[in-house]
Design a protein around this ligand. Sequence first.
Ligand SMILES: Cc1cc2nc3c(=O)[nH]c(=O)nc-3n(C[C@H](O)[C@H](O)[C@H](O)COP(=O)(O)OP(=O)(O)OC[C@H]3O[C@@H](n4cnc5c(N)ncnc54)[C@H](O)[C@@H]3O)c2cc1C
Length: 396
Amino acid sequence: MAEHARIVIVGGGLEGLAIAWSLALRGESDVVVLERNTMCSGMTGKSSGIVRCHYGVPSLAAMAWHGVQVFSDAEQILGTDIGFRQTGYIVGVGGNNTEPLLANVEMHRALGVPVDLIDADAVRAFWPGINLDDFAAFAYEPLGGHGDAYMTGMAYGTKARELGVTVRQSTEVTTLLTREDGSVYGVTLADGAEIHADTVVLATGVWSPALAATVGVDIPIKVQWEQLLLVDQGEPTPHVPTFSDLVNLQYIRREPNADLLVGNSDHSAPEFADPDNYLNRAGDAFVETAIGKLERLLPSMPDPRLASSYAGCYDITPDYNPIIGPSPVDGLFLAVGFSGHGYKISPAVGRLVADLILDGISSDSAVDGNDFRFSRFAEGKPLVSLNPYVGAGEMR
Ligand SMILES: Cc1cc2nc3c(=O)[nH]c(=O)nc-3n(C[C@H](O)[C@H](O)[C@H](O)COP(=O)(O)OP(=O)(O)OC[C@H]3O[C@@H](n4cnc5c(N)ncnc54)[C@H](O)[C@@H]3O)c2cc1C
């Protein structure tokens, strides 16, 4: 006889494990997580882990704010270090984007997010030697920073297991099982075994479209290749805030070994990739562009050297916002398409999915569960920023 669990979660990455933990916290531990490799072996391990609330979509900002609060108290809540470094977070914009910055800050304050407008002198005091000629305004979140996505996901997994959830590694799901009416009632594993469930949650990141297609659900996710650099400045990077440069479209933060992590925020010409076969280092063109931008921002680096590079993939949706909610097929729930935001919002994703599965409604009045519905694309109602930045795409 096939095994049965109330909820089967496919994918043991950051989101699947956050969902398992949150369900268990709500008292629902008849949950099995199925991970084809090992926990957090997918794109979670590539995350820059930046934590900030600076979004133009209020629900996302509120979810990030919940994340900040969980990460700030992680030792207590998750019982372990998750690598969260509360460096503070600064976003800088040019003169053409001052108005949206001010509007976003007002919205964030209304959500309770601590955020200050600071001037160039204050930024220079945080970041010695930074060149701010390109910028007109800055917002500073003192509680932002960055965490370690792998450590965070493993902490969710450990907590979930402690509360009775089963996590099975090396367990690949090959198909979703459907009844004659098309509803999903379980999964088939690579060894042919079946696990039946009341609800199957797909949390398979960049790998989601293929699995959903087995039951005729067409998830509009593309796999966007993202290149990252690690730069040795010639001397250790001091303890500086994480900085988002919305003029040159790049972000930088200090690595634990005092190198600089340099990431891209320019999504005007995305490059798409095969998530199982992509170049795991930066290409020459990217290195040249990114280093050029970095040298403009930090002109007095003593002896800069490219220490290393790597790459990962975002699971991007057409509006660069996640899909969280029931699929068009009964029994199948989607938590996919995190589009590069999935670390900071992961505690809120877990909470929202648990709310929607157990109660059908978000427990946080600042997070409208309906915002992330799958059907918004077919309806022609993408989830977009209230205060979009000129030239910075929809990533905000
Ligand atoms: C380069 C990069 C930088 C990022 N930077 C940030 C950042 O600074 N801040 C931020 O908030 N977010 C960031 N993100 C986003 C965030 O890290 C991701 O959204 C998040 O880690 C994705 O988690 P996930 O669980 O959805 O996917 P994954 O971690 O990819 O997990 C999916 C899991 O599903 C498993 N799986 C797939 N198919 C099957 C199957 N058939 N059967 C069983 N298991 C299966 C995979 O093995 C994998 O472990 C970044 C992402 C990347 C790639």
